[in-house]
Design a protein around this ligand. Structure first.
Ligand SMILES: [Zn+2]
Length: 333
């Protein structure tokens, strides 16, 4: 592995992420792969910002293995497990500092391990980045439908319309519209005038179909953006399989605070609807069984109509814990 990053060096090269980001391997190590080939856009794809989100970390390794330098036009930098100290423990956050990495951007070069890893993305990679793709999953505590969301602004090279179009090429059933949070990777990208796309889907234990869907979406999206060459130059079978999984039509959703629903009491969750179901405002979406001796049941109601996007996979939760959320379809403009 290489210890100093040269993003302009032609070919496919793998680097020590620990050396690049932390200057040592004291916290273990993982990889960054940079594939540079001629003219084209420069894209950074990362996974594992939350260490218990396993699907992206597997899928990004498969993507790296599937690509030769000649499959890329421009530059593709892939980091399967950005928060590797957390990932190597299978935990959402690192035991080094307990920080939620996706609230630590733009990071701090002199800070804790997690803050320094964030600062590496922000300070060392954003200057070489036209588009950030940050891949997440439900993690160990919830399960999420496949969805794509993203951000751009008048100060970025991509219009809202082009970003919407690019997100639709992922072929996922939902494009979600939510406000950006400045301290996320995508929030920091927006401040750095870089458009970004965040991917969600899966969670809990791994499913093969979820992995295939995630890889297919990435292949379609990166091809549409132009950093992966057209089907003739890459694995045509993989692209055909990717296209076969494409959702049509794609539903655009708004998600606000009122789309979330929470546990009214400490107890056991019984979901009464399934992921993707469309529920009305006021509809019962879960029952909470209190454990204070009575096992009394309380209804949890949807506050806004929409498709069920996310559900807790925890059986037992404390009062106020998230149980799930919906996304409300946008009215046609
Ligand atoms: Zn995450």
């Amino acid at each position: 592995m290489n210890d100093s990053l040269d993003v302009n060096r032609p070919g496919k090269h793998t680097y020590s992420l620990a050396e690049l980001a932390l200057g040592n391997r004291d916290s273990g190590d993982d990889t960054l792969t940079c594939i540079t080939n001629g003219a084209g856009p420069s894209v950074v794809v990362c996974g594992g910002i939350h260490g218990d989100e396993y699907e992206p970390q597997i899928v990004l390794r498969r993507l790296i293995a599937s690509l030769d330098a000649t499959d890329v036009a421009g530059r593709l930098i892939i980091i399967p497990s950005l928060n590797f100290p957390a990932a190597h423990d299978g935990r959402r956050v690192s035991v080094k500092d307990g920080l939620n990495m996706n609230r630590t951007f733009p990071g701090d070069r002199n800070g804790s391990v997690t803050q320094r890893l964030s600062a590496f993305l922000n300070d060392a990679l954003f200057p070489h980045c036209d588009l950030l793709v940050d891949v997440h999953a439900g993690g160990s505590g919830c399960i999420v439908v496949p969805m794509v969301f993203g951000w751009t602004s008048g100060q970025c090279s991509m219009t809202e319309r082009d970003l919407d179009g690019l997100m639709e090429t992922w072929g996922y059933p939902y494009v979600q519209h939510v406000p950006v949070v400045d301290t996320t990777s995508c929030g920091a990208a927006l401040i750095a005038r870089i458009p970004s796309i965040e991917i969600e889907g899966g969670g809990g234990s791994l499913s093969a179909s979820e992995l295939e869907l995630m890889l297919a979406g990435l292949r379609r999206g990166l091809r549409a953006y132009g950093v992966l060459k057209a089907a003739a130059d890459v694995d045509a079978d993989a692209d055909a399989a990717a296209d076969a999984m494409k959702a049509d039509p794609v539903i655009h959703l708004d998600v606000t605070d009122d789309n979330q629903y929470f546990a009214p009491v400490t107890g056991v969750i019984e979901h009464t609807v399934a992921l993707h179901d469309f529920v009305e405002a006021g509809q019962v979406v879960a029952l909470m069984h209190s454990v204070d001796g009575a096992y009394a049941t309380q209804e949890v109601l949807a506050r806004r109509p929409g498709h069920v996007l996310r559900q807790s996979t925890l059986g037992f939760v404390g009062q106020g814990a998230p149980v799930g959320n919906t996304g409300t379809p946008r009215r046609p403009a």
